[in-house]
Design a protein around this ligand. Structure first.
Ligand SMILES: Nc1ncnc2c1ncn2[C@@H]1O[C@H](COP(=O)(O)OP(=O)(O)O)[C@@H](O)[C@H]1O
Ligand SMILES: [Mg+2]
Length: 447
């Protein structure tokens, strides 16, 4: 080898070394880049050398499991010993399966940290096989999903609590509706008592008069029986004495009037008893706890029966005009709609201070039933409109207003998939309009 060749050889060696160094530097950079990337993602990347059992971890495996840096042994045994005993077999089986026939390796399992803390991991990996098909390595990434799982658990718990809260609110709402109904009935009780007292009073007085009449008629009957006996005995003297007595009694007691009056008193009393029966019937249908019951009902009948309940509240100052159109039956909660009608009618009456009109209109328009309750009362000021349906908004003194009538009515109408609107302007009627779809409420809707 001459000098030139040696030089060339030396030159090539040097070049080759430089190239190797450059490649090594590139590799170092690349590995560093990989490490930094692995550290900055939350996943742990692992590389398991099957024959030696060594595992290289990229990412903070030690910190994650509560070890000092480098404290967690880098072996497959250490890893497997840290898997929750209930999950370990499943993980090993999935890995075996993957290395045998390439089935995807993706498992969720629990790891137990140094201080006993349980972590939830999801792990995915891929094997590396040699040319004879033997698995030599497996590389994968494990993600700690403890936090999202806990958040998921917390979310589920929150959802459950929310559901429970919702159920309680619904229950309270149903109770509120019922107690508002009872409170309004309580306010109306004096009037209803009066409505009942009135017919009971005159029926009682009629019975008193009738019992007086029956006394006179009984005396007359006695005299007649005696007269028949005198006729049978042929006692002419006794007959004429009895005839005079009968005649005197008939004249002194005005028998003709009594016989007429008996008819009047009886028919009046039957009327009065019917009125009481009617009021009691209406009260029963009004107050019944039928919230959960959906029924076919004629809303005109509902309005008529509610009108009877509130009648005492209206009759002295309101002229009630009814324009009830023919309505099809609709499926609804009649007891609750009665409550709405009662609220609106009582509000209308309370808005009238001296004398005024209440107009009740019903009609079926297209696919809806429209009910309008109007009054010529004080009216509603523009600034009141936003507050009308707010719970506890009332302009009435304690004992007269609860401020729950309209919000509850709104809730009930909404439950029937309907709407309630109000219009009022100075010098014009105040009108509450309820629109209810003809389909009514679905059977399964609960209050
Ligand atoms: N027809 C009406 N005319 C005038 N104001 C009314 C009428 N209806 C309701 N309001 C007003 O709306 C308020 C709220 O009504 P509501 O919710 O039924 O509660 P309450 O009748 O117990 O006050 C009433 O206090 C009253 O000021
Ligand atoms: Mg009211």
């Amino acid at each position: 080898m001459d000098n030139a060749d040696e030089k060339k050889e030396g030159f090539q060696d040097g070049q080759y070394r430089r190239q190797l160094e450059e490649r090594a530097a590139e590799l170092r950079i690349s590995e560093e880049r990989f490490r930094i990337a692995a550290q900055s993602v939350s996943d742990l990347i692992w590389d398991w050398d099957v024959s030696s059992g060594r595992v290289e971890w990229f990412g903070d495996i030690d910190g994650m499991l509560g070890f000092q840096p480098g404290g967690f042994p880098r072996t497959m045994d250490a890893w497997e010993n840290t898997i929750h005993p209930e999950d370990c077999e499943r993980v090993k089986k999935a890995r075996r399966q993957h290395l045998l026939d390439c089935q995807p390796f993706s498992v969720k399992y629990r790891m137990i940290g140094r201080d006993g803390t349980v972590f939830h991991w999801i792990d995915r990996g891929t094997g590396v096989w040699n040319e004879t098909g033997e698995a030599v390595r497996m590389i994968g990434a494990a993600t700690d999903i403890t936090k999202p799982m806990l958040a998921d658990d917390a979310l589920r718990k929150n959802m459950k609590e929310l559901g429970e809260l919702n159920r309680r609110i619904k229950e309270n709402q149903a109770q509120l509706i019922q107690s508002e109904k009872m409170a309004s009935l309580g306010q109306l009780a004096a009037g209803i008592a009066h409505e009942i007292n009135n017919p009971v009073g005159f029926v009682r007085s009629n019975l008193g008069t009738l019992s007086g009449y029956v006394g006179i008629l009984k005396r007359l009957m006695d005299l007649h029986i005696c007269f028949v006996q005198a006729v049978q005995a042929g006692d002419a003297g006794r007959q004429s004495a009895l005839m005079k007595e009968i005649d005197d009694l008939a004249k002194s007691e005005d028998l003709a009037f009594i016989l007429d009056d008996v008819d009047v008193l009886l028919s009046q009393s039957i009327d009065g008893a019917d009125r009481v029966k009617d009021i009691v019937q209406n009260l029963k249908s009004f107050a019944r706890l039928d919230e959960a019951e959906v029924m076919e009902a004629d809303l005109n009948e509902c309005i008529e029966s509610t009108l009877k309940i509130v009648w005492n509240e209206l009759k002295y100052k309101c002229r009630v005009e009814k324009k009830l159109g023919k309505l099809p039956m609709i499926r609804c909660y009649p007891g609750q709609l009665n409550q709405v009608f009662m609220n609106l009618l009582v509000n209308a009456a309370q808005a009238i201070s001296e004398k005024g009109d209440i107009i009740i209109e019903t009609e079926a328009v297209g696919q809806e039933i429209v009910i309008r309750i109007s009054d010529t009362g004080a009216g509603i000021l523009p600034e009141q409109f936003p507050k009308l349906f707010t719970p506890f908004y009332t302009t009435k003194p304690v004992g007269k207003g609860t401020g729950l009538g309209l919000p509850i009515s709104y809730g009930i109408v909404k439950k029937h998939n309907g709407t309630i609107q109000v219009e009022s302007a100075p010098g014009k009627l105040t009108t509450f309009t309820i629109r209810l779809p003809l389909d009514g409420v679905a059977e399964e809707v609960k209050p």
